[in-house]
Design a protein around this ligand. Structure first.
Ligand SMILES: Cc1cc2nc3c(=O)[nH]c(=O)nc-3n(C[C@H](O)[C@H](O)[C@H](O)COP(=O)(O)OP(=O)(O)OC[C@H]3O[C@@H](n4cnc5c(N)ncnc54)[C@H](O)[C@@H]3O)c2cc1C
Length: 258
């Protein structure tokens, strides 16, 4: 394995969450579909490139039309790759896989199907990619769209500004930021939704706002993030008759666990 890409920019959201912007060294563009993920890798020992490399999957947080490929990454304590990623500076080399993967994309979504995006933490990345890339297709006036983003703290809601602005300007789009940790912990006042992302589905808030039941005939549901959120939500939606979208069979439920 060899370095084939360069870190062009790093934006710190919190000391433990960063956005990395990467391009291939030779300048060729990364071809992927909004919603897919890629592999990033670094050597265990930067002085021994022939030794072990740590490779991990990361959802792409930028649109395919953007020049730099964005990744929204949380530092895992003692994590083999993330501890190395968080030591990188702008201009440092990295490996980025040439082949994107994952079935989370917009190809099979009908023009008039409502869309529900449910994410926690870094799981919002593929939805940011899709919203940026397919703005006209998603907000075509024929559907309602909602995006739930659960985080522990308000300051982890990295795309809140962009999404609030979008919700203000765009009819039929609702954005639900939801925070799970108490205000006492941070001293920050939060008057928004409290709890977990999946609570908003289980307690019917989203259905009430949509004004219709979330049924497989009328919706495509995308889930991404914490495995517990994904598992609990998959249970809810499969009990409503949703089926997973696969290569072989068109479905209306898409999910990736981070
Ligand atoms: C399809 C896919 C997309 C992904 N997209 C993203 C993304 O966009 N952003 C992102 O930050 N991560 C994402 N991940 C997770 C990522 O691939 C790594 O697992 C993660 O960054 C940890 O790697 P590491 O080498 O630092 O930790 P490791 O050395 O692999 O793990 C160290 C320990 O930490 C645990 N651990 C792993 N992840 C977490 C976590 N998030 N919180 C707490 N403990 C953890 C492991 O179980 C292990 O016990 C994605 C995973 C998949 C499968």
């Amino acid at each position: 394995m060899q370095y084939n890409a360069i870190v062009r920019n790093i934006k710190e959201i919190t000391p433990e969450i960063r956005l990395f912007f990467i391009t291939f060294k030779d300048g060729h563009k990364f071809e992927f579909k909004a919603g897919q993920f890629a592999v990033l890798a670094l050597p265990d020992d930067a002085n021994n490139l022939d030794g072990e490399w740590h490779r991990r999957a990361y959802s792409i947080a930028s649109a395919p039309s953007q020049e730099e490929v964005g990744f929204y990454i949380v530092l895992v304590k003692d994590g083999r790759l993330t501890t190395r990623l968080f030591n990188l500076n702008i201009g440092d080399e990295i490996f980025m896989g040439e082949k994107p993967a994952g079935l989370m994309n917009f190809d099979a979504v009908e023009d008039d199907s409502n869309i529900l995006f449910v994410s926690t933490g870094t799981g919002i990345a593929p939805f940011i990619s899709m919203l940026r890339e397919h703005k006209e297709k998603i907000f075509n006036g024929k559907r309602q769209v909602a995006l739930i983003h659960g985080a522990r703290h308000t300051y982890e809601l990295a795309f809140k500004g962009e999404l609030e602005e979008l919700a203000k300007k765009t009819p039929y789009f609702r954005y639900y930021p939801v925070v799970s940790r108490s205000e006492q912990e941070t001293g920050m006042v939060w008057n928004g939704y409290k709890g977990h992302a999946q609570d908003l589905i289980k307690n019917g808030i989203v259905e009430k706002d949509f004004g219709v039941k979330i049924k497989p005939e009328d919706f495509h549901v995308f889930l991404c993030g914490n495995p517990k959120m994904v598992d609990e939500s998959v249970e809810v939606f499969t009990s409503k008759g949703f089926t997973r979208h696969t290569v072989k069979e068109k479905g209306n439920l898409y999910f990736d666990k981070h």
